[in-house]
Design a protein around this ligand. Structure first.
Ligand code: GTP
Length: 362
């Protein structure tokens, strides 16, 4: 079975992390997110993959190339203007002549695709939608189905008193190629709001199947953060935290630094004397953490420079950020290349755009 991965959205909610980095390339445990997704598909013997980009996304193509390095075969499509989820798949139609899988490009899951395909075939479905349970379904699109899994209706972002199910669309679909005929070419068209409801109206066999397997979408900084906590906490069987402290090649940890796992340190990092890393913490490659700096429950991308006595807590820092001596960030998200001058503080909820210099008056 071939798969189409949708990687062409605007990723507005994940800003400022995605202002310079496509959502598919944001690092998760120091590996581009899409590499985790491709590894997952490959584990399920899906090795022919089409990446549906919006505009041309050079970082994706230059990193993944033809896919050989990752044991898969990759093809790419681009759109002149955003085509929406279904329109983007229509744009890949020339590659799709048999049952295929579609995956939102921001999903990390342990779900058994092979079992989903068996269900799809048993039901003779035209479309099978993966369902996942959530605690609070009010901000999602819900799907109601009967005991056999046939979809009855779609409910978009219901009020609390309208909630009849906690099963939401997990952004994974198995689709028969003839369904592509119902998607108009070269215009924006959505699976969730247009194609699937229209197929229901026509009486087509649209099915949905739940799974309790681990699932998260990294659409917002909070969820991106949560994925790290979950992986480092051993919630997905696709990552074993192992001995809880992983140190990359050519990294130097001062013997008087204190590291409490789970902590992942990338290659070529330096952790200075008296520094304290209190996991869950991820530090990107090429980062330098100077003496007596404290990092707690945070994700730091590549080439960070943290001066002496800096404090970082509950925060996400994109690449090439510099925190000067005695600065503090707590509950903050920094875009790339942010500088926080000595002694400055950034408090909970702050979002700092790439290239900003945070001064005492900020
Ligand atoms: P937000 O802007 O924060 O809502 O994020 P998003 O643009 O990623 O939107 P959303 O999370 O709804 O998209 C779900 C998946 O579909 C993501 O993997 C997107 O990359 C992808 N996607 C959304 N719209 C398009 C599109 O027009 N073209 C393509 N190729 N992919 C899309």
């Amino acid at each position: 079975m071939k798969a189409v991965i949708l990687v062409g959205g605007e990723a507005i909610r994940l800003r400022p992390l995605t202002l310079n980095t496509p959502k598919a390339m944001v690092p998760v445990l120091n590996t581009p997110f899409l590499e985790h997704v491709i590894g997952y598909l490959s584990q399920h013997q899906i090795r022919d993959i089409i990446l549906a980009q919006g505009r041309l996304t050079p970082p994706i193509e230059s990193y993944f190339g033809d896919g050989r390095r990752f044991g898969v075969r990759l093809s790419y499509t681009v759109e002149n203007s955003p085509l929406g989820t279904a329109g983007a798949v229509k744009n890949t139609a020339k590659y799709l002549d048999e049952t295929f899988l579609v995956l939102n490009g921001d999903i990390f899951t342990d779900r058994d695709i092979t079992a989903m395909l068996t269900f799809h075939r048993e039901k003779k479905a035209k479309v099978t939608i993966a369902l996942t349970p959530v605690d609070d379904p009010t901000s999602y699109g819900l799907i109601e189905s009967n005991a056999g899994g046939r979809v009855r209706c779609f409910v978009e972002k219901p009020g609390r008193d309208e909630v009849t199910t906690n099963m939401i669309n997990a952004g994974i679909y198995i689709i028969e190629p003839e369904v592509l005929a119902h998607i108009p070419p070269r215009v924006s068209f959505s699976f969730e709001h247009e194609l699937f409801p229209q197929l229901l109206e026509r009486g087509e066999p649209v099915y949905a199947t739940p799974s309790p397997a681990y699932w998260i979408d990294i659409g917002t900084p909070d969820k991106y953060f949560q994925l790290h906590l979950d992986l480092l906490g051993g919630k997905s069987h696709r990552f074993t935290p192992g001995d809880k402290v992983q140190i990359g090649k050519q990294s130097h940890i001062h013997p008087e630094a204190q590291i409490t796992g789970p902590v992942v340190i990338g290659n070529n990092c330096t952790i200075g004397q008296g520094a304290r890393l209190m996991g869950p913490v991820v530090i990107g490659p090429g980062s330098v953490i100077e003496e007596d700096t404290i990092i707690e429950r945070s994700i730091i991308w590549q080439n960070a420079r943290l001066g002496a006595r800096v404090q970082v807590k509950n925060s996400i820092m994109a690449g090439d950020c510099r925190l000067e001596a005695s600065s503090t960030i707590d509950g903050s998200v920094l875009g790339d290349n942010v500088t926080v001058l000595g002694g400055c503080k950034l408090g909970p909820g702050s979002r700092t755009w790439p290239g900003t210099v945070v001064e005492p008056a900020t």
